[in-house]
Write a protein that binds this ligand. Structure first.
Ligand code: GDD
Ligand code: MN
Length: 371
């Protein structure tokens, strides 16, 4: 092995998930350089095809600096899954995950590295709630929501972390590798995911930091982040029994039945229309609303947009039509065996739902994209 190789061996990979962080890229790399100057480090950005050209900006820098890399994901979204894939792309013994908007204090990284090594820990995380840390200038409502989410996390967490919501931490590679197959990779909360996936307790320490104010770009945390958080908790609680996507798919389906009934009722009673017309209209509207809701709730990380939304709608409608036929066929067959109508009807619904879920998960949302 050439002796110069040891100069290039990286001790710390900093993983930075980005979405529309173009103005923050260069300041981010410069701040890492200032904070980690003497260490053997690299930064791996994981960008979800940001429309503002974040990935191009990163690659421009990478041309001049081999410590900078970019994983460019297409047709995907999600902070947690980006962090996981960033860690998987690194071979350093230690990986840090931090935001790409300068809100996390990069000066803590050297201390994290020192602590994780000297105390032989699995994880060192940044906390806003231990002595010396702070939320920065968060408004009251966001602070309350964050505290509430922290309380809820106790249902799945096997540790007494003060700030499991933190997206700023360092992990030992060997620890990550032990649990990477159990991670949910849903939503924003990767640290919580890691802790909740641990079979045996993790050796960890929290270090205080002050959450800084965002200077450029916008937060991506919207109302749907709450939904994703709920999905993460649900996956941790029952994911080993039934896929959480199937649960939300079924919830959406149940809502679709209500939509269907309302439309039929309205068209029959208020508009005095023919039953067949009412039934057909309701079916189409309910299928479309089910599709739209699943696209944002069940498959938010693979959400279809633009032209692909219509193609998705077509395959969803087709799949569910076949599902409906199967539903009726099975129900009729079971009913003919002299069982009660409830049992026959329910069997049809279950078979239809499983079919719809299975087929649309492959043909509508999971389609391998053409290059
Ligand atoms: N690749 C990728 N894909 N990155 C994303 C996505 C996505 O879908 N959504 C957000 N990011 C990136 C942002 O570009 C930013 O670098 C980082 O993830 C955090 O996103 P923000 O939108 O700035 O989140 P925040 O400031 O509201 O929340 C932060 O604070 C929380 C503390 O409660 C995050 O760090 C959370 O992880 C942290 O828990
Ligand atoms: Mn932020």
């Amino acid at each position: 092995m050439p002796s110069s190789d040891s100069d290039h061996i990286i001790e710390l990979s900093v993983i930075v998930p980005t979405f529309n962080e173009h103005p923050n890229v260069v300041p981010m790399i410069e701040s890492l350089e200032a904070a980690l100057g003497d260490h053997k480090w690299e930064v791996i950005f994981v960008d979800d095809d940001s429309p503002d050209g974040t990935a191009t900006e990163i690659r421009e820098f990478a041309k001049r600096d081999s410590r900078v890399r970019c994983i460019h994901r297409i047709g995907r979204r999600g902070l947690s899954s980006a962090a996981i894939e960033g860690i998987l792309a690194s071979s350093a013994p230690f990986c840090a995950v931090m935001d790409g908007d300068l809100q996390h204090d990069e000066k803590l990284l050297a201390e994290m590295l020192e602590t994780i090594k000297s105390e032989n820990l699995d994880i060192v995380s940044g906390s806003r709630y231990v002595e010396g840390g702070s939320l920065g200038n968060w408004d009251q409502s966001r602070a309350t929501i964050s505290r509430l989410a922290t309380k809820l996390s106790r249902t799945v967490l096997h540790a007494d972390l003060t700030d499991p919501m933190s997206g700023f931490f360092m992990i030992r590679r060997s620890t990550f590798e032990k649990r990477m197959r159990n991670l949910s990779g849903i939503g924003f909360k990767i640290l919580l995911d890691i802790f909740a996936s641990a079979k045996e307790p993790l050796r960890y320490r929290e270090l205080p930091y002050k959450f800084r104010t965002r200077q450029a770009g916008e937060s991506k945390l919207d109302s749907q982040a709450a939904w994703e958080y709920f999905m993460l908790l649900l996956d941790k609680l029952i994911g080993h029994i039934v896929p959480v996507r199937f649960v939300t798919f079924t919830l959406v389906g149940g809502f679709g039945v209500i939509v269907h009934m309302l439309i039929v009722w309205m068209m029959l009673n208020r508009m005095e229309m023919d039953f067949t017309v009412a039934q057909a209209t309701a079916t189409l509207v309910a299928m479309t609303s089910n599709y739209a809701m699943n696209n944002v709730l069940t498959y938010r990380d693979m959400r279809l947009t633009g032209w692909r939304w219509f193609k998705g709608w077509l395959s969803f409608t087709l799949a569910c039509s076949v599902g409906a036929l199967g539903n009726i066929g099975i129900a009729a067959y079971i009913f003919a065996q002299d069982t009660t109508w409830v049992l026959a009807s329910l069997s049809g619904i279950i078979v239809g739902a499983v079919w719809n879920y299975a087929v649309t998960s492959v043909y509508t949302w999971n389609k391998p994209k053409a290059a």
